[in-house]
Ligand binder design. Structure first.
Ligand code: AMP
Length: 177
C-alpha cells in the first residue's frame, strides 16, 4: 500500500467543528466510506495488515466499526462479530461497563461469539481517548482467544489513546490526525 493512497483517504475525511458538542473536531468518515476509491484503499490496506496472522474473527464496535470491520472479515476469510450497545443482541451476552467523560456506558457481545481457538482483530473507525476500545479489549479478553489485535482506520494522536493499553497489545491505524 502506498502512502499517497492513504493520504487520499485522509483527504476525503470531512472535519465537522463543534460536533456533537462545542470544542470537538469530529472526523466524519462517511465521506471516505462513500468514495469508491477510498473504500477500496481502506479495504486493501486493512487486509494487508492482517493477511498472514491467522485471524478467525473480526469484532466490530457499534456502529462505525461495523463498516470496515465486516469488509476486513470478508477480505481475510474470517467471521464478523458485532459488539453492541445494551439490549440490542438477542441471545445470551457478556457485558462490560466503562467510564466515559460523563457517566458510564455498557457494551455487549454474544457469549458464544468468540472461543479459545480464535485469533481476533477488534476494529473501530477512530481512536480518540481509547476508552471504548479498551473496554472492548477487556471484554473480549475474558473469552480467552489465542490473540487479540486492535485496529482503527485512524487516530487522533494528540489524545494519546494508545497509552492506556497493555504494552503487548499491537495497535494499528492507517493514518493519523
Ligand atoms: P473513544 O472511546 O474516546 O476512543 O471514542 C469513542 C468513539 O467515538 C470512537 O469509536 C469514535 O468512533 C468516536 N469518536 C470520538 N471522538 C471522535 C472524533 N473527534 N471524531 C469522530 N469520531 C469520534
Amino acid at each position: 500500500m502506498e502512502k499517497k493512497d492513504l493520504e487520499r483517504v485522509k483527504s476525503v475525511v470531512r472535519n465537522i467543528p463543534n460536533f456533537p458538542k462545542e470544542g470537538i473536531q469530529f472526523k466524519d468518515l462517511t465521506t471516505a466510506f462513500k468514495d469508491p476509491k477510498a473504500l477500496r484503499i481502506m479495504a486493501d490496506a486493512l487486509a494487508e495488515l492482517y493477511r498472514d496472522k491467522g485471524v478467525t474473527k473480526v469484532v466490530g464496535i457499534e456502529a462505525r466499526g461495523f463498516i470496515c470491520g465486516s469488509i476486513l472479515a470478508a477480505e481475510l476469510g474470517a467471521g464478523f462479530v458485532p459488539l453492541r450497545k445494551p439490549g440490542k443482541l438477542p441471545a445470551v451476552t457478556l457485558k462490560k461497563s466503562y467510564a466515559k467523560e460523563y457517566g458510564t456506558d455498557t457494551i455487549e457481545i454474544h457469549q458464544d461469539a468468540i472461543t479459545p481457538d480464535d485469533v481476533v482483530v477488534i476494529h473501530d473507525d477512530l481512536l480518540a481517548t481509547g476508552g471504548t476500545m479498551l473496554a472492548a479489549y477487556e471484554l473480549v479478553k475474558t473469552m480467552n482467544p489465542k490473540k487479540i489485535y486492535v485496529n482503527f482506520i485512524c487516530e487522533l494522536s494528540e489524545l494519546n489513546g494508545r497509552a492506556d493499553f497493555p504494552d503487548d497489545v499491537e495497535i494499528t491505524t492507517l493514518f493519523n490526525f
